[in-house]
Design a protein around this ligand. Sequence first.
Ligand code: ADP
Ligand code: F6P
Length: 324
Amino acid sequence: MADGVNTIGVLTSGGDAPGMNAAIRAVVRKAIANGKKVKGITKGYNGLLNEEIIDMQASDVSDIIQRGGTILKTARCEEFKTKEGQERGAEVCRKHGIDGLVVIGGDGSYRGAQKLAALGINTIGVPGTIDLDIACTEYTIGFDTAVNTAMQAIDKVRDTSTSHERCSIIEVMGRNAGYIALWCGIANGAENILLPEKYEFNEQEIINNIIANRKRGKKHHIIINAEGIGHSTSMARRIEAATGVETRATILGYMQRGGSPTCKDRVYASMMGAYSADLLCSGKSNRVVGYMKGGYVDFDIDEALAMQKGIDEYQFEVSRQLSI
Ligand code: ADP
Ligand code: F6P
């Protein structure tokens, strides 16, 4: 392996995601195994600008693989979107001897990483977001835990919904993407699944569906609504008025981002974190790690950010056919 960098920095940025700790642990331990020094930067790019930087040893990441959240904390940082902020970030890296940086976050965080790479700091992005909305990878750290958490919560709402013979609208996270909604919709056997990528705002179709299901004797009606569509509470009021079926809205919210990561999140995060440290050690920069067709891969950040990702048509078709 080529020498690459001397000191690897690691930070988490954007919304936290279960499994980020496993990724941090892997970056730290793989870098140390490769003979590098490691520094942790707290609170994302904010912490970088404020020089909140700590030395990290292998023991600093013990007992964290099973914990949700991120021990490095995370933040959003408007200042880092400016040229001055980015230049200062690169300067701080140089001041602290950080010549390689792993950024664990979503595609917003990748844009920051891209800017740092252009300013001479070797930078690698690792996909950490519950939303699964990064085009260059089939997997993002946190998604599996989030959908399992949401699925279990929706099962509980379904119990009470059936007892009361109500309709339930359950809103799940995902920003502008519908992956969490689609997966929960299938896993929870929802009668309607509303995705920002596909929903045509045809509420009458949902109303007709509820009325037809009641006539067939169905005791519950679960609608999974993606955050990107939103307005679940007002939708519930309109649906109740139009169908005469008591309708309640539940917004699952931040519980979806917490909790102990699943086995899948721990393992993918460990592999991706380790892979990012190896990329830096082999002299690579301006790359992002992904998982595609059964293997860990990396792409140029510019190319990765230009890629597009949509809802799989077959999965969507099946979800509709099963939700009757
Ligand atoms: P995520 O990484 O989960 O997509 P955000 O989009 O909020 O979350 O981005 C996280 C942070 O990344 C932002 O608060 C900002 O500091 C940085 N960032 C986002 N976009 C840019 C950009 N165009 N240039 C530089 N930094 C950016
Ligand atoms: O990106 C993860 C996510 O939880 C999205 O699903 C949601 O839209 C957003 O973060 C919420 O962000 P914040 O923590 O800033 O409210």
